[in-house]
Design a protein around this ligand. Structure first.
Ligand SMILES: [Zn+2]
Length: 247
């Protein structure tokens, strides 16, 4: 199956990628939605929300700090790097729509990334729109202060919280990529989180669908290739084979 998959990848002109938490667990980022993840704790689920941010920002930031801020020193793994190589080494057109907020695709070198759920680079004031580096949020939290804007508002991280809407431009971009692609990778996502999973519905009928996820997904039967393996090991192997017999 790997050889056929390599040939399909070699022939691909436009590659769209949808990634979820599973691609980053190998970088040491916990999948907080997993059965043992923090998301199972109700007070966590109910604290990382738009409503909690606006009504109880201290509580929101207590859990935000615990959940997300330890991630900022984490490095991309072989899966992120293999996707970046498809562009940089093999000259493919690659566009990545990710449900992750860790920024690891950009860190690996991918140039077209739609972060459906936002990112941890910046935060903004909902009152005046001022933008802050996440380092300033971190500094305030380290000093036991709620991150505040010069105007007096509480600064909000640029991540999509439960209760927030997706950024419309990012969402449209991801949809267009899915429609344009002749090959689609779904990596590290169980394809159960809406609306990201509906992106797959946008694909062209003649596109190839490759799923890489440790567990079975609802889309396995529709896929051309399914690998229940670690993406950080499989993708470098797959992409590495593009080197051979290219005459
Ligand atoms: Zn402000």
């Amino acid at each position: 199956m790997l050889a056929r998959c390599v040939e399909r990848l070699r022939a691909a002109r436009k590659i769209a990628v949808l990634t979820g938490a599973g691609i980053s667990t190998e970088s040491g980022i916990p999948d907080f939605r997993s059965p043992n993840g923090l998301w199972q704790r109700r007070e966590v689920r109910e604290s990382i929300t738009r409503s909690c941010f606006f009504h109880q920002p201290e509580r929101f930031y207590r859990y935000f700090q615990e959940l997300f801020l330890p991630w900022t020193d984490i490095e991309p793994n072989g899966a992120h790097r293999a996707l970046a190589q498809l562009e940089q080494k093999y000259g493919k057109w690659v566009a990545v729509a990710t449900q992750n907020i860790d920024g690891l695709h950009q860190a690996a070198g991918s140039s077209q990334v739609a972060e459906l759920h936002g990112h941890l680079r910046t935060a903004a004031c909902p009152d005046c729109g001022a933008v802050y580096d996440m380092a300033e949020v971190r500094q305030a939290l380290d000093q036991k202060r709620t991150p505040a804007c010069e105007c007096g508002g509480v600064i909000k991280p640029d991540v999509v919280l439960f209760g927030d809407s997706l950024d419309p431009d990012t969402w449209v971009k991801a949809q267009v990529w899915m429609q344009q692609a002749d090959l689609i990778f779904c990596i590290g996502t169980s394809l159960t989180v809406t609306p990201a999973n509906t992106l797959i519905d946008r694909r062209r009928r003649d596109s190839a669908l490759i799923i890489i996820n440790l567990e079975p997904t609802a889309w396995d039967d529709d896929a051309d290739f399914v690998f229940h393996e670690k993406a950080g090991e499989l993708l470098p192997r797959l992409v590495g084979q593009l080197d051979g017999q290219f005459f």
